[in-house]
Design a binder for this molecule. Structure first.
Ligand code: ADP
Length: 571
């Protein structure tokens, strides 16, 4: 279940921090202080104590001499001001960390650094500690010799000892890059691993805060290749694919070439609706059935839509379909979600409806906002049959000569292979939506490049590939039918710099203002078009017996891995 949260960037309450070599650091409020943060804290604590003591003494004196409280001297006004100011400062500095430490104590699993530090001391032999003073904050060899500022040293030591929860660093420091650097250093000390190959700099950590990734210590680099042009619905798309599987982009590119030289592919979006299915329990199956009848009665649809649609300008209820298991009812809501993939949006709408239903069905006990009949990130027949996200069919007619020249095979072999492998073979395997050669390869690569949720590859890759000989058996008709492509061009990872650049390349970056939903639908057709190209090329390679040969060429490193391994151990 998608549980993305949105948080405002944290307040800049960080301490002054000397710039680490090679790492430009964002200016913080704390930098404006004339003294180190520890001394500033001491001064404010002292001011608080002195002003409080003074005011208490004056209060006692006034009681004794019956002076009314509202008669105040200039010193008393000054002391009150100092008291309030120092209280505000101390609360803002210590209060946030305190509240978070209380919240965190209820769920220790949240903090893997603290958990791992304590558990490693309890269960496993302690790993060899890294030299504490000469620590590398930056993950680069140069940084290893850089001495950390004293204050950072204290924070890292606190995290390693489990005294400072790792996840409060962003909020506490007000500097996401610095927080990631300190967390990484703590991780390095806890594990004794250098993680030098995992870069730290060159990434905007503020862009993922509260939205894409918690407890960051760096980022993984993935190559992005381009397949295309994919000639689809009269447009040329250069399709970005993030992958480490050799051959994949080259193969998809070959499929694109065959499609383009045959006049292009065309697509149709059959359905566009995200789904969410909460589960509720009733005392009896009869009562659950009464709710089912209510929700599925067309006479109630308008009321339900008004309640549902309140949650967003873009979420529009389309259908409610219910299933039952004993006295449990699973209500599968479908709605359009504009250019968003839509999980957050639909969840809000569903919650509105559940709140509304509670009045008329007081015995309804909502067990979960997601009851798995949705079905998100699980292989399920309901998505295969009913669809989820965008249901797309994409087709092309590949000319005989292109099959021969570009794909190096013939129509008859391809048709036969498809029946025996993708249809009969998958039936023998008991496949659920897996009647294809490698749809998930293309889906995953485009998903990662364009900031989609890669876990939704499970249902988004459901695909049946059909091949037929047409035009008196000379040409090849190929189609892919994909009922559950879950994509968006706003929200989640789509707004991150690299992913957003890939969406821009496809001309579908962000929200489509004239016609909301169009960008996401085009992206879904590009995914299907890419799959069409991928299927065409891989099936051709299999039919022509080229697969092993091309994999040996592209998917095997020519480097001597034993040498590479020994090189990487060289300091
Ligand atoms: P998801 O529901 O996929 O998790 P989010 O809720 O994270 O998506 O992002 C959608 C947000 O983008 C919503 O706040 C929505 O109001 C806003 N938005 C702006 N333009 C659009 C659009 N054209 N389509 C969908 N959402 C849009």
């Amino acid at each position: 279940m998608d549980v993305r949260r949105r948080m405002a960037p944290p307040p800049a309450v960080g301490a002054p921090h000397r710039k680490a070599a090679g790492a430009p650091r964002a200016l913080q409020a704390g930098d404006a202080l004339p003294l180190p943060i520890r001394h500033t804290n001491l001064i404010f604590s002292a001011l608080f104590a002195v002003s409080l003591a003074y005011l208490m003494r004056r209060w006692r004196a006034k009681i004794r001499s019956s002076i009314p409280f509202h008669v105040v001297s200039l010193t008393e006004i000054l002391a009150t001001f100092v008291l309030v100011a120092s209280l505000i400062y101390l609360l803002s500095f210590f209060g946030i960390a305190f509240v978070q430490s209380i919240v965190s104590s209820t769920d220790e699993d949240d903090d893997f650094l603290v958990a791992s530090s304590s558990s490693s001391s309890a269960k496993a032999p302690a790993p060899a500690p890294a030299p504490p003073a000469q620590c590398g904050l930056l993950g680069s060899a140069d940084a290893v010799s850089e001495k950390m500022p004293e204050e950072d040293e204290e924070i890292v030591a606190g995290v390693v000892a489990g005294k400072i929860p790792s996840y409060v660093l962003e909020t506490k420091l007000g500097d996401c890059r610095r927080a990631a650097g300190l967390r990484r250093e703590a991780l390095r000390r806890i594990t004794g691993r250098q993680i030098e190959g995992l870069p730290l700099d060159g990434f905007d950590y503020t862009s993922i805060l509260g939205q894409c990734c918690e407890l960051p210590v760096g980022y993984v680099q993935l190559p992005v290749g381009i397949a295309g042009p994919l000639l689809l619905d009269g447009q040329r798309f250069y399709v970005p694919m993030a992958t480490t599987e050799g051959c994949l982009v080259a193969s998809t590119n070959r499929g694109c070439k065959a499609i383009a030289e045959s006049g292009g592919a065309s697509s149709v979006v059959l359905r566009d609706a995200m789904t969410r299915a909460p589960v509720a329990r009733f005392p009896t199956a009869l009562q659950a059935a009464q709710l089912k009848a209510f929700l599925e009665d067309p006479a109630n649809f308008d009321t339900l839509s008004v309640v549902f649609n309140r949650s967003s300008r873009f979420g529009r209820l389309q259908t409610v379909q219910c299933a039952m298991a004993g006295r449990n009812i699973y209500m599968r809501f479908s709605c359009s979600t504009g250019d968003a993939m839509g999980m957050n949006m639909i969840s809000k709408g569903v919650q509105n409806v559940l709140d509304y239903l509670q009045d008329d069905f007081p015995d309804m006990d909502v067990i979960s906002i997601s009851g798995n009949f949705c079905s998100d990130k699980k292989s399920a027949a309901v998505n295969w049959i009913e669809g989820r996200g965008k249901s797309v069919v994409c087709e092309a007619v590949i000319k005989e000569e292109i099959v021969r020249k570009v794909l190096k095979t013939n129509v008859q072999s391809l048709v036969e292979l498809n029946v025996i492998k993708n249809l009969a073979g998958s039936a023998v395997a008991g496949a659920l939506g897996g009647f294809n050669a490698h749809a998930s390869n293309i889906v995953s690569a485009i998903f990662i490049a364009t900031g989609q949720d890669p876990a939704q590859n499970v249902e988004s890759s459901q695909c049946i590939t059909m091949l037929e000989a047409v035009n008196d058996g000379r040409d090849l008709h190929i189609s892919v039918t994909m009922p559950s492509i879950e994509v968006g061009t706003v929200g989640g990872g789509t707004q991150l710099a690299s992913q957003s650049a890939c969406l821009d390349l496809l001309g579908v970056k962000g929200a489509n203002r004239e016609s909301p939903g169009t960008n996401a639908r085009i992206l879904a057709t590009v995914v299907a078009g890419g799959v069409l190209a991928g299927e065409l090329s891989l099936l051709s390679a299999l039919a022509a017996g080229q697969l092993v040969k091309s994999h040996m060429k592209y998917n095997r490193s020519s480097r001597d891995m034993s040498k590479a391994a020994s090189l990487s151990l060289t300091p």
